[in-house]
Design a binder for this molecule. Structure first.
Ligand code: GLU
Length: 262
C-alpha cells in the first residue's frame, strides 16, 4: 500500500544524513547529490517549497584534515566540521545551480530554535529565502556547539526546523525505507508500517538500537524527531535515501512510513 502522497504537502524539510552523502573514506557521493538536486528541481516545478537539512560536515572534514573520528577530541571534530562544511555547502551550491536554483547556507544552534526572539528571527530569515525560491541548506553550527549544548543529531535539528518554518512535511531520507515492526537488518520477517497515527512507547522501544556507522542518528532519533514534528502539526515521512532520485521515487511509489501530524 502506498501511504505517502507527496502532493499533499507543500512546504517540505528534507533531511539528508551523512551515510547517504559520504562514503567510508569521507568522500562525497557527488552522483547521488546530483540526483537529489534533480529531485529538488522537480519538486519546485510542482509547487513545493524545499529546505534541506544536511549532515556530512564532520565526515568530510575529518577526511580533509586527516582526523580519526574515533579518537578525535571535541576541538578536532569542530575543526573537521569547519573544513567539511565549506565543501559540503559548495557541493550543494554547484549541483543546485546546474538547475538554476540558488542555495543559501544556514547554520543553527539549539538556542536559535529554543529562544523565542532568535526563533522568530530565524523564522523570518528562512521565510525570506523561501519567498525568493532559494533553497536553504541547513546544518548544526558544529564549530561552536559543545556536547551539552548541541542538538546532537540532525534528525532533531530537522524536526526543529520543520517546526520553525511550519513545514507540512518533514522527510527523513534514511538507509532504510521506512519504520519497521522490528530492525529489518536483524529480523528478516520485519514488516514496514506504512502509516502511524500515534507514536507509542512501544514504537520508541522498537526503534531501539539501529545505528548507522557514519552519521550519529539511528531509527530511535528518527522516531523522536517524528514526535517533535507531528506534535507541531507537521507530518513526518521516513523513506529510502539509498537510491538515486530518492524523492522522485517517493513521489512515484509512495513507499515509506508517514507519521501523521497531530
Ligand atoms: N552536524 C553533523 C555534521 O554535519 C552531523 C550530525 C548527524 O549526523 O546527525 O557532520
Amino acid at each position: 500500500m502506498a501511504a505517502v502522497a507527496l502532493s499533499d504537502y507543500r512546504r517540505l524539510v528534507i533531511k539528508v544524513g551523512s551515510s547517504l552523502l559520504v562514503d567510508e573514506s569521507g568522500r562525497l557521493n557527488r552522483h547521488w547529490l546530483e540526483s537529489l538536486a534533480d529531485d529538488i528541481s522537480y519538486l519546485q516545478e510542482h509547487d513545493h517549497e524545499t529546505l534541506i537539512v544536511s549532515s556530512g560536515a564532520i565526515a568530510i572534514g575529518s577526511a580533509v584534515l586527516g582526523i580519526n573520528k574515533q579518537r578525535a577530541r571535541l576541538e578536532d571534530l569542530q575543526a573537521a566540521a569547519a573544513a567539511g562544511q565549506v565543501q559540503l555547502v559548495h557541493a550543494y551550491q554547484e549541483v543546485l545551480s546546474a538547475h538554476g536554483i540558488r542555495a543559501a547556507q544556514v547554520l543553527l544552534t539549539p538556542e536559535d530554535t529554543e529562544n523565542r526572539r532568535r526563533f522568530l528571527n530565524a523564522r523570518g530569515t528562512l521565510g525570506r529565502l523561501l519567498e525568493r525560491s532559494v533553497v536553504p541548506v541547513i546544518n548544526e553550527n558544529d564549530t561552536v556547539t559543545t556536547e551539552e549544548i548541541r542538538y546532537g543529531d540532525n534528525d532533531r535539528l530537522a524536526a526543529r526546523v520543520a517546526q520553525l518554518v511550519m513545514a507540512d512535511a518533514l522527510i527523513l531520507l534514511s538507509d532504510v525505507d521506512g519504520f519497521y515492526t522490528a530492525d529489518p537488518g536483524t529480523h528478516p520477517d520485519a514488516e514496514l508500517i506504512p502509516e502511524v497515527t500515534t507514536i507509542t512507547a512501544e514504537m520508541v522501544a522498537a526503534a531501539g538500537e539501529t545505528r548507522s556507522d557514519i552519521g550519529s542518528g539511528g531509527m530511535a532519533t528518527k522516531v523522536q524527531a517524528a514526535r517533535i514534528a507531528t506534535h507541531a502539526g507537521c507530518s513526518t515521512i521516513i523513506a529510502s535515501g539509498k537510491i538515486d532520485f530518492p524523492l522522485h521515487a517517493l513521489a512515484a511509489t509512495g513507499r515509506g512510513t508517514v507519521f501523521r501530524a497531530e
